[in-house]
Design a protein around this ligand. Structure first.
Ligand SMILES: Nc1nc2c(c(=O)[nH]1)N[C@H]1C(S)=C(S)[C@@H](COP(=O)(O)OP(=O)(O)OC[C@H]3O[C@@H](n4cnc5c(=O)[nH]c(N)nc54)[C@H](O)[C@@H]3O)O[C@H]1N2
Ligand SMILES: Nc1nc2c(c(=O)[nH]1)N[C@H]1C(S)=C(S)[C@@H](COP(=O)(O)OP(=O)(O)OC[C@H]3O[C@@H](n4cnc5c(=O)[nH]c(N)nc54)[C@H](O)[C@@H]3O)O[C@H]1N2
Ligand code: SF4
Ligand SMILES: [Mo]
Length: 682
């Protein structure tokens, strides 16, 4: 008999980049996943994770059935039993304590997974709770917010540039599409600068490599502004036409000299001057701010402000290779508004609201301290907060106090192990969705249908099916009106003018939904001043400096000399590896072989000082806890600094070392990049 063979064009969601793929399906079984040549991000290539897609999708450890934890053991139950019991418990909690006792969390796979994030958010709103959390309150949203405050809109760096300032960003590990683009642009004469405590591979191609002390990037960037202003390297015409507050910036910046910055950052003043010249004299230059590196430190919001001001005063806005404001993609809104404010909104008002524009996100670092008083039930949809959120012990203790913890995932994660109910989720090949590369991926306005290529694995359900069926049990089925996943996606597409059918039949490979435009058009910005706010009333209103400033990390050689006696080394956590996404894929042998163990990287002198050799098992300790890893002694790593990866299980979990209470003051992000630690051989 001949086989039924189909080739389906869709995207990869094994990390947030959403590369284009071709999936070959034979008699209902996916047998091959390749890169899609016509896709503008990955141009036919796949990273090792993407190549291992089928090992993940068909992994024997995938969750097959709904399960309930009874006396510490998981037992298989039916979906109907799970949903009935969850609904009964939720209703009881709501009657007794009100709807905001429910908190929901969606993970990093959800940021660009519109259906997952949207439906999770919708569910809590239909239930009546404002408490939606996601990785957005530890990653990336801070920069979106800050750029919105500054520009009214959200400009992003492009894939192509004339000067790539890799500021705490290592594309070889974390940004496959950008790495491919840099390769091409290097051939055309593009330049690179690397600012990093580790000499990353691209430093070998760089004009300059600056070895910075973690957490001090803001100080260096301020000194660059100092040089650009005082040596008159700025774009006076651009500043005059499009900005507000430059006159206030000039006196404000005077104390922040390169010599001041050298003492703080360990980067020589002369190098800072040189970089300021290179940056100001290159048209089409961009700062590629580490995707979370600059957020997860005490100066996070201000770092994003300083980078914005650097782009602005050099006129690197809306020009090819600079930061560009993409056309906004309007989609049908799956999320819903709800009364009340999420946890953290009062403490971190700018994260929640700016100029009356509210965001649905609560501040996740506030969760542990509010369980069980305010939060008694919690849903985790596509995330693993026990490994990924700061201070795992605090999250674990909090989750153990919940009346109800529900996890919807493909695998039994460390978070799922604590759950009352674990529910099997469909992978991206088993459900319909909408893929877009807009937010994270360097302003490429590209849209594609994420296609259901194969049937769901055993009894796994999509987010649409799970929330729709649970809503029915709770008597709020009318709030989930879509009768199928396809209908939901068609609803999302409505405002774009593209239809489901068009994307399926005419544009299976995806399409640019709008063309990018350079230039300043009418030159108006949707800020209160109508210009780009170098001086920000929005920041002033909530009690912070309206001009860019620097705040030393709370745990550092300068700000906490007492703590330094016990913890003399600087700790930065969460450097990415190409082979894993956060806590995922540790069971896929082709990937695990490439990166078999968690490695703490230290410089050779630091190793000698602590009597540690390459390959030794070591303990890393902070004031919050201890983690065990293998020592990797590397000349590439700055002395006095310890770099550890996150996402490893059990005793190697880097978030045993981090702290929910060590928060950035404006938006509440945890410090994961500039802590203090000690190390010792086991
Ligand atoms: N393969 C893979 N790709 C991923 C992910 C993944 O888990 N796996 N995760 C995705 C997600 S959600 C995110 S947020 C991004 C993260 O992306 P990024 O935040 O850009 O992380 P990295 O690319 O690992 O780069 C971090 C670099 O910053 C350096 N660094 C550490 N501390 C500091 C500091 O204080 N200052 C400076 N200047 N440099 C510092 C490190 O040495 C490292 O080279 O990656 C995304 N891509
Ligand atoms: N110390 C330290 N910690 C960090 C960081 C750091 O730099 N340092 N980085 C942080 C950052 S930037 C981020 S974004 C977070 C990420 O944090 P998380 O998003 O919590 O991390 P993941 O391990 O990727 O969890 C995603 C889960 O979703 C599941 N999943 C995959 N696809 C689907 C699906 O379609 N449906 C459902 N329901 N589930 C699915 C996967 O199996 C996996 O268990 O980690 C953070 N943690
Ligand atoms: S970078 Fe790799 S894992 Fe991420 S979407 Fe592309 S192929 Fe998939
Ligand atoms: Mo992230």
């Amino acid at each position: 008999m001949t086989k039924d063979v189909k080739v389906i064009l869709t995207d990869c969601t094994l990390c947030y980049h959403s590369c284009g793929t071709k999936v070959t399906v034979e008699d209902g079984v996916a047998v091959k996943v390749e890169g899609l040549e016509s896709h503008p991000l990955n141009k036919g290539k796949l990273c090792p994770k993407g190549e291992a897609t089928l090992d993940n999708i068909y992994h024997p450890d995938r969750l097959k059935y709904p399960m309930k934890r009874i006396d510490g053991e998981f037992e298989r139950i039916t979906w109907d039993q799970a949903l009935t019991e969850i609904a009964t418990k939720l209703s009881r909690l709501k009657n007794e304590f009100g709807p905001s006792v429910l908190g929901v969390f969606s993970g990093s796979i959800g940021v660009e997974n519109l259906e997952m994030a949207g439906l999770t958010q919708r569910f809590k709103a239909a239930f009546g709770s404002p408490n939606f959390f996601s990785v957005e309150s530890i990653c990336y949203r801070m920069r979106i917010r800050t750029r919105q405050i500054t520009f009214g809109k959200y400009p992003t760096e492009e894939l192509d540039s004339n000067l790539y300032i890799l500021w705490g960003h290592n594309p070889d590990e974390s940004d496959f599409p950008l790495r491919l683009a840099i390769e091409e642009n290097l051939k055309k004469g593009a330049k690179i600068v690397v600012i990093d405590p580790k000499r990353i591979p691209l430093a070998d191609h760089a004009e300059m490599y600056l070895r910075i002390r973690p957490g001090t990037d803001g100080a260096m960037a301020l000194a660059m502004i100092h040089v650009i202003i005082n040596e008159k390297l700025y774009d006076a015409d651009f500043i005059e036409k499009y900005t507000f507050g430059f006159d206030k910036l000039v006196p404000h910046i005077q104390p922040f000299t390169p010599e001041w910055a050298e003492k703080i950052t360990w980067v020589p003043a002369q190098e800072i001057r040189k970089l300021a010249h290179l940056f100001a004299n290159t048209k089409g230059a961009s700062i590629y701010q580490g995707t979370n590196t600059q957020d997860q430190t005490a100066n996070g919001t201000q770092n994003s402000r300083i980078f914005s001001v650097l782009q602005v005063i050099t006129g690197n806005i809306n020009n090819p290779g600079g930061w560009t404001i993409s056309p906004r993609l309007k989609l049908g809104e799956v999320g819903m508004a709800v009364e009340g404010e999420p946890l953290g909104a009062d403490q971190y008002p700018l994260f929640y609201e700016v100029w009356g524009r509210k965001s649905p996100y609560g501040v996740v670092t506030c969760v542990p301290e509010n369980v069980p008083e305010k939060i008694k039930a919690f849903f985790v949809i596509g995330g693993n907060p026990i490994l990924s959120m700061p201070d795992s012990n605090a999250f674990r203790a909090a989750f153990q106090k919940l009346d109800l913890l529900v996890v919807h995932d493909l695998f039994m994660t460390e978070t799922a192990e604590l759950a009352h109910y674990v529910l099997p989720a469909c992978s991206h090949l088993e459900k319909w969705g909408l893929a877009y590369t807009y937010n994270v991926c360097h302003c490429l306005p590209y849209l594609m249908l994420r296609k259901k290529a194969i049937d769901p694995f055993y009894e796994s359900w999509s987010e649409w099916k799970f929330f729709t069926e649970l809503a029915k049990k709770l008597g709020m089925g009318d709030q989930f009106p879509w009768r199928s996943e396809e209908e939901l996606v068609a609803f999302e597409l409505e405002p774009t003018g593209l239809t489901f059918k068009q994307l399926l039949e005419d544009k299976p490979e995806g399409a640019f939904y709008q063309q990018k435009q350079y230039g300043m058009k009418d030159g108006k910005f949707t800020t209160p001043s109508g210009k780009i706010d170098i001086y920000s009333e929005a920041l002033k209103k909530v009690g912070f400096d309206p001009l860019p400033t620097y705040l030393e990390p709370r745990k550092s050689p300068i700000s906490s000399p007492e703590l330094l006696k016990k913890y003399p080394l600087i700790l930065s956590t969460g450097n990415r590896t190409l082979y894993f996404t956060h806590g995922q894929f540790r069971k896929i042998s082709s990937l695990k072989e490439k990166n078999p163990e968690p490695k703490a990287e230290i410089g050779p002198k630091t190793a000698i000082q602590y009597g540690i050799k390459e390959g030794d098992d070591i303990l890393i300790e902070t004031n919050r806890g201890v983690a065990r890893m293998r020592a990797q002694v590397e000349e590439k790593v700055s002395e006095g600094v310890v770099l550890v990866p996150h996402g490893w299980p059990r005793e190697s979990n880097a978030n045993l070392l981090t702290d929910t209470e060590c928060r950035e003051p404006i938006m509440g992000y945890p410090d994961m990049k500039s802590l203090l630690c000690s190390i010792r051989k086991v």
